[in-house]
Each structure stands twice: as C-alpha cells, then as structure tokens.
Design a protein around this ligand. Structure first.
Ligand code: VGL
Ligand code: ZN
Length: 211
C-alpha cells in the first residue's frame, strides 16, 4: 500500500498502565511498541492519543463503591450518557501510569491529544466522548491540516482503537486499522464484536508489513 502526504498514523494510548504490570494491563501490550516505532518512520504525520483521567473518574469501579454496592472492574453501569464499563483506576493525570511507554520513540509526532479528562464522562474514541456527541477537536484539527486518511494502531483494539476507528470513519475520514500493531483487553465478546463492527463499517484491517 502506497502512503500519501495526506495520511496520518494515529497511535492510541500506548501508556504504562495498559502494559503488563500496569493497573489495566493488556496481555502482550508492550509488543506493539517496536512495531509502532517502525511504522511511525514511514509517516510524515503522526498523532498520539493519551488517556488522561482525573481522580474519581466515572470509569473507575472504585468511584462507585459508595453508591453501587458491588461495582466491580469490568462490569457495566448505566451512566447518564449510556452504558459505561468500569475499570481499575488507570492513567491518572500526570502519573507514571499515564506516561507513554518509555520505549515509544516518535520524535516527529505532531500532536498529543488527551482524552477522558472530564470526571463525569469517559472517552474511548479520539473523536467523540462516550456520549457520542462531545467532540475532542480531533476532526477539526485533521480537516484543517488536510489529513484525510488515518491508519490506527495502539491499545486497546476492542475499546479505544475500535471507537476511534468507527468515529473517524463516520466523520468522513478514510480509516484503516493496522491489526498486528494493536492488542485487545478482551472482555467477553469484545474482540468478535469489534471485528464485526469494523467489517460492517467497511474499515479494513491490514498487517503492518503491507505498509
Ligand atoms: C482504554 C479502557 C479504559 C483503551 C482506556 O485505551 O482502550 N480502555 N480506558
Ligand atoms: Zn480510560
């Protein structure tokens, strides 16, 4: 596949808390780092996202301990904006857990987009928060920069990569997922559902060696 000057690599949430040993560890999460470093060299434009939560964030199971007797990580509650999966506390703003993996090396990255920084709303997608209405500003940024085709990689395949890809596609960007440069959290049917949702939207999943 031939890359173009209007392509951007969108690197989702390659942060310590999502790595083995982190508070929301993703199996083999660190395996994507060397692949992403190599991929990034092929792109003129790279954008990083950084999940960035305040204390008492709505997505933390512990936040709901007082009001939901058995709010446990990986269960789903009804938030005012719809269902919200609960997670262990992760990527607290300005902690080591929120920092990028130390081996991630993309000096030419042009934008670091933080998301999930509001206490009362989560944001899996790099484009829209979990109410599917509040924009992060990324679509406007990409349009102003005339970046029209997006290649997604990073963590987690079945959450932040999934929703970023679906929203990017719905907002009119040509969107492609580099599957081997992602890893899933893998809750219940989350991976199969992601595969199906991407297929329905017509979002291709490619291998990094095809670039
Ligand atoms: C993510 C769960 C909670 C992700 C972020 O980056 O996919 N997953 N916060
Ligand atoms: Zn999060």
């Amino acid at each position: 596949m031939q890359l173009q000057p209007t392509d951007a690599l969108l690197v989702i949430d390659v942060q310590n808390d999502f790595m083995p040993g982190g508070t929301l560890a993703i199996a083999d999460g660190d395996a994507v780092v060397p692949l992403i470093n190599a991929l990034a060299k092929k792109f003129d434009h790279v954008i990083l996202t950084q999940d960035w939560h305040p204390t008492q964030h709505i997505s933390f199971a512990a936040t709901h301990a007082a009001t939901h007797a058995n709010a446990q990580p990986y269960e789903t509650i009804q938030a005012p904006y719809g269902p919200q999966t609960l997670w262990p506390e992760h990527v607290l703003q300005h902690t080591e857990g929120a920092a990028f993996h130390p081996a991630l090396r993309i000096p030419h990255a042009e934008l670091i987009l933080r998301k999930g920084f509001r206490r009362h709303i989560d944001s899996y997608s790099a484009f829209l928060e979990n109410d599917h209405a509040t924009p992060t500003g990324l679509a406007g940024y990409l349009r102003e920069r005339n970046l029209t085709r997006l290649f997604l990689c990073g963590l987690a395949y079945d959450f932040c990569v999934r929703y970023s890809a679906l929203d990017g596609h719905a907002l009119g960007f040509e969107t492609i997922v580099i599957e081997d440069a992602t890893r899933p959290v893998n809750l219940a049917a989350s991976v199969t559902e992601t595969n199906e949702a991407l297929a329905v939207a017509g979002i291709p999943r490619i291998a990094s060696d095809s670039l």
